[in-house]
Each structure stands twice: as structure tokens, then as C-alpha cells.
Design a protein around this ligand. Structure first.
Ligand code: FES
Length: 168
């Protein structure tokens, strides 16, 4: 009777040790497999086409606001692209067609259709992005190159750079 109890105790210990060893090996295998499939963050492309100049009429086009956080603006001088990031603390303003201004919902900064700040706490104009025309005639925006400044005068000077607008 006492021998049976001892045998059962030994079997229980063996089962426990076996399960622990297999568990450990299983965790090691999973970790090894996971190593070969690292978590990858898929960032949106910094350079992308947005269609042809003829696709954009006079005024502010907001169709890429959600997907790319940009506005495409055509005025008398041509086409330029504004980065939709408030220069106060980085919120995304909205284009208010009736008042013809970009209005930041966070703290109330206002920018005119050129991106120049005129109300609220934003300290400087909105940045513009590099634009070019590719071989197919499409407008290509490059978010890695910005044009702007710490003051309105500085920004206006920067916006004279031929890469900051398309004279089309
Ligand atoms: S983040 Fe736009 S006004 Fe503060």
C-alpha cells in the first residue's frame, strides 16, 4: 500500500518534470519562430503622386487630408501643398470654406488659404511640402522636404523656392 503511494508520487513528479521540460522547449521554439517574423510598422510613403495639375481647380482641395494629411491649393501663382499640421502643438486643422481659413480645433489657431497664421496661439505659418511633376505628368509630393519659417516673412521667403510650388 505504502509502495503504491510512493510509486504514484514518483509518477506525478515525473509527469510534472516532463511537462516543464516540454513547456520550456515549446516556449524556446516559439521565441525562435517569432524572431524570424519581427513586428513591422508600415509607415505611409513620404513621396507619393496626387494626380494631374488639371485635377485641381482654384482654391483648397481637401481630398488628401485624411489619407496624407495634406491640402492641395491652387491660386494665381500655381499649385502648392500645405502640410496639415498646426504649428502650435501639432493638431490637424480643418478647412472652413465659408470663412476661407484653416481652423485648428485644439486651441483655435486660424490660418489663411496660404497657410499664414493670423489668430490663436500658432507661432508661425503652416509648412509647405516639396512638389514636382513626374515623367507621366503627375504631381508628386515629398513630405521629407518642407518649406516654412519661424516668422511670416521667413516662411514667405522659403515659399519662393521653386520646389515649393508648381507654376502651372
Ligand atoms: S494645436 Fe492648433 S491651436 Fe493648438
Amino acid at each position: 500500500m505504502a509502495k503504491d503511494k510512493a510509486d504514484r508520487g514518483r509518477m506525478g513528479r515525473r509527469t510534472f518534470i516532463g511537462a516543464s521540460v516540454f513547456g520550456f522547449i515549446g516556449v524556446c521554439l516559439l521565441a525562435t519562430v517569432r524572431f524570424f517574423f519581427p513586428r513591422t510598422l508600415f509607415e505611409p510613403k513620404l513621396k507619393f503622386p496626387i494626380g494631374y495639375p488639371a485635377d485641381y481647380g482654384f482654391g483648397v482641395d481637401t481630398k488628401y487630408q485624411q489619407a496624407q494629411r495634406i491640402w492641395v491649393v491652387r491660386d494665381a501663382s500655381g499649385i502648392f501643398v500645405i502640410f496639415a499640421k498646426c504649428t502650435h502643438l501639432g493638431c490637424t486643422p480643418d478647412w472652413n470654406e465659408n470663412e476661407s481659413k484653416f481652423k485648428c480645433p485644439c486651441h483655435g489657431s486660424g490660418f489663411d488659404s496660404e497657410g499664414v497664421n493670423f489668430e490663436g496661439p500658432a507661432p508661425r505659418p503652416l509648412d509647405r511640402l516639396k512638389v514636382s511633376i513626374d515623367a507621366q505628368g503627375q504631381i508628386v509630393v515629398d513630405k521629407s522636404v518642407t518649406f516654412g519659417g519661424q516668422s511670416i516673412d521667413e516662411a514667405r521667403e522659403s515659399w519662393k523656392n521653386p520646389s515649393s510650388f508648381l507654376a502651372v
